[in-house]
Design a protein around this ligand. Structure first.
Ligand code: ATP
Ligand code: MG
Length: 415
């Protein structure tokens, strides 16, 4: 038997309706904030992620699905959404649209991860990007929208953690201080961190190795090194969140896993599961890094698998897709044709109606209707074809009523 690749999942009907429910609610929410959907390719030129996400990140160093296509191009399955969205923004001249440009997406992502709880190799992210403003107000609105997602999905026990990682200017000073802190113990850090030390010491703070985490515990914090502008920006964000009564915690340890972040970064962490469900931040340098005009932006992405897992816990009674309104059982060739016409006409009226297409016996048809929880059942035989009259049966009570076979009669009997 061929099995699915490690780190992938099948989303079966008994789960997919929950996904749809979440997706529909989030989509409506985004719309009310003025966001429009964007869809970008599953694969991109590898260079996009090398430059966008950053050479020294875990994603680029260890996790990308990269291969040469038959034309010899280096191709990578997208590990995250922002780089592709920004590429599309630049390539399609979206800078000329009214600013800010507000986009959302719901896409599968691919990362060669150590598979464990909440960590897959194919997973899904719903994300949002606001491109074109450096105002703290857009940080606040983005955080408000993210916060709202958990409210509308009835998910409690989520902590909002925020931090500022400054701009390249403040980071220069900070990196020196950080290196000074790390240098005496550098030999004790993991091999990856050793290579990060010169190239990108900030990345060391995001290392998942236990020993590195311990060594990092007394490291200087970037908040103490912010330049005036970054400091004011962060103060403004916090003040406004306070005024709006949004609870948050400043978490100086958050540096995020992707290199493009600047200034405000944030994570929504599930207290129950202990993992981050939604993460994001400002990325004021990315558009220029990808050869666009220097344009500030902010965004977030949330892991849909993680979101569904928590959603299920707090919403055990999500309504499944609608039950079958009507089953039309038949016996004989003419009845088969009449039943087929009827179900087609009823479906045009948006009725969920089925008839047998497998050649089942009448008894087996009834059994199927029962198993599928059909609300009503009509049986058509030779007699009924001639008289154009049928009995319609309410399945839960067994109550029967005779009607003539016009669409309007059927519809009014099942309402
Ligand atoms: P970490 O440091 O935990 O690896 P990250 O920096 O790689 O996180 P992002 O790329 O910002 O995380 O991803 C945002 C969200 O997407 C995560 O908070 C999580 O909900 C989800 N996510 C990321 N990677 C995976 C994965 N491999 N499997 C399932 N969900 C994921
Ligand atoms: Mg990761």
């Amino acid at each position: 038997m061929i099995q699915k690749p490690k780190g992938t999942r099948d989303i079966l009907p008994q789960e997919s309706y929950k996904w749809q429910c979440i997706e529909n609610k989030v989509k409506d929410l985004f719309q009310n904030y003025g966001f429009k959907e964007i869809r970008v390719p599953v694969f991109e030129n590898t260079e996009l992620f090398q430059r966008g996400v950053g050479e020294t990140t875990d994603v680029v160093q260890k996790e990308m699905y990269t291969f040469n296509d038959k034309g010899g191009r280096s191709i990578t399955l997208r590990p995250e959404g922002t780089a592709g969205v920004v590429r599309a923004y630049i390539e399609n001249g979206m800078a000329s649209m009214p600013s800010p440009v507000k986009l959302w997406y719901n896409m599968a992502m691919y990362r060669y991860e150590n598979v464990q709880k909440g960590r897959l190799r194919e997973f899904h992210q719903i994300g949002a990007e606001v491109i074109g403003t450096n105002s703290y107000m857009s940080d606040v609105e983005t955080i408000l929208m993210a916060n709202r997602i958990f409210e509308i999905l009835n998910i409690p026990n989520i902590n909002l953690e925020i931090n500022s990682i400054g701009c390249p200017e403040c980071r220069k000073k900070y990196q020196e201080a950080l290196k000074e802190y790390i240098r005496p113990n550098l030999e004790e850090y993991c091999e990856t961190c050793k290579t990060r030390f010169e190239k990108n010491p900030l990345r060391i703070l995001d290392c998942k190795e236990k020993r590195c985490k311990e060594l990092n515990s007394g490291a200087p914090i970037i908040l103490d090194y912010l330049c005036e502008e970054c400091k004011t920006h962060f103060e403004n964000v916090k003040n406004m969140l306070n005024k709006l009564n949004i609870k948050y915690q400043v978490e100086p340890g958050i540096v995020r896993g992707l290199d493009y972040y600047t200034k405000t970064v944030f994570e929504f962490v599930s207290k129950d599961e202990g993992y981050t469900v939604l993460a994001g931040g400002r990325y004021d340098g990315l558009i220029e890094e990808l050869d666009g005009q220097s344009t500030p932006a902010i965004g977030f992405a949330m892991g849909v698998e993680r979101l569904v897992e928590i959603y299920e816990k707090y919403n055990p009674n999500t309504i499944p897709e609608k039950d079958m309104d009507l089953y039309i059982a038949y016996i004989g060739d003419e009845a088969n044709i009449l039943a087929t016409k009827l179900v087609e006409d009823l479906r045009k009226e948006n009725i969920y109606v089925e008839k047998d297409v497998t050649g089942k016996s009448l008894k087996a048809q009834f059994k199927y209707a029962n198993k599928q929880n059909a609300k009503y059942c009509i049986t058509i035989g030779e007699e009924e074809v001639k008289s154009n009259k049928v009995k319609i049966k309410k399945m839960d009570t067994g109550e029967e009523k005779e009607i003539s076979l016009e669409i309007e009669n059927i519809i009014s009997s099942i309402k």
